[in-house]
Design a protein around this ligand. Structure first.
Ligand SMILES: [Zn+2]
Length: 291
């Protein structure tokens, strides 16, 4: 339809561990939400933190997604190829006064982790280490497609946050914002553990004059004890499981009830025609068991 922007969704894993059930929920949810609106679904590998990355992990994630029938509509974007764009955004934020150099080291920061704004007015003979983004003292918020209004005061929850680290690497928040714009992403569907990040990313988008995508935060997968999945369970790769059974389990977790024992292809057909984000639970739940 002319005049209407095409829906573009994305899945953006960091290659710091194999694809596990929790990340797969975001992959499937983002894909169904986009394709159900005749949109495109993209894949972005967020490989900008080499010290935390696991060798071979990016390729394994791509293969595991493929095996589950999750193939992006465009070539995969690797953030490691985009460093000039991130530097350009940092420069723009410095020039416009939205960002400033910070000379504090970890030991200068309060135990709360909330940056008190020490270097806002200048470095006072300290050497610049990182670059921080100046947050607004007021409320920031957005309308979550599933959860409704989400608000927080960034000055109280995190303070001015780092956009380029002391080791020269770019912060996750900055790279995500630059690339969601670069890839013309119109909707971000991901786990509710990233709600805080969304508020920071929206502040960055405003400062850079970018349009914010629509956001929808999916429930987080909890262990049987009701806590966030442990590192061990989180790293339990989905590779060794039957893809159709795994996808069926993800759909159940997302509040959908496909007929049992479909093939992977038929299960995708069913999911694409039955997807309704209103059915997705608002609260975090445990892994569903299939009979
Ligand atoms: Zn500082």
């Amino acid at each position: 339809m002319p005049g209407l922007t095409q829906v573009v969704g994305r899945f953006a894993p960091s290659p710091t561990g194999d694809l596990h059930f929790g990340s797969l929920v975001s992959a499937v949810g983002s894909c169904l939400e986009a394709r159900n609106s005749d949109g495109k679904w993209l894949l972005r590998i967020e490989d900008i933190d080499p010290p935390r990355e696991v060798a071979g992990c990016a390729i394994r994630i791509i293969h595991d997604l493929q095996r589950l029938g999750l193939v992006p509509d465009e070539p995969t974007l690797f953030q490691s190829t985009r460093l000039d764009a991130y530097q350009n955004a940092v420069d723009r934020l410095l020039e416009s006064g939205f960002a400033y150099p910070c000379g504090c080291s970890r030991k200068d920061l309060p135990a709360s982790g909330i940056y008190p704004g020490t270097c806002r007015k200048g470095l006072r003979n300290k050497e610049a280490r990182s670059i921080r983004f100046r947050v607004d003292s007021g409320n920031s918020g957005f309308e979550d497609k599933l959860r409704g209004p989400v608000t927080a005061t960034l000055a109280e929850t995190c303070g001015d946050f780092v956009i380029r680290r002391a080791d020269g690497l770019f912060a996750y928040q900055l790279a995500v914002v630059v690339d969601d714009d670069f890839q013309a992403v119109t909707q971000v569907v991901r786990g509710a553990d990233l709600l805080d990040s969304t508020l920071r990313q929206i502040s960055l988008q405003r400062a850079l004059g970018l349009v914010s995508p629509e956001y929808m935060h999916l429930p987080v997968v909890l262990s049987a004890e009701g806590t966030k999945l442990s590192k061990r369970l989180q790293s339990d790769p989905v590779r060794d499981r039957d893809p159709a059974v795994t996808l069926e389990q993800v759909l159940h977790f997302l509040g959908h009830n496909p007929p049992p024992a479909l093939t992977l292809e038929l299960l995708w057909d069913w999911a694409l025609s039955h997807w309704n984000h209103e059915l997705v639970p608002r609260t975090n739940t445990t892994l569903p068991t299939l009979s």
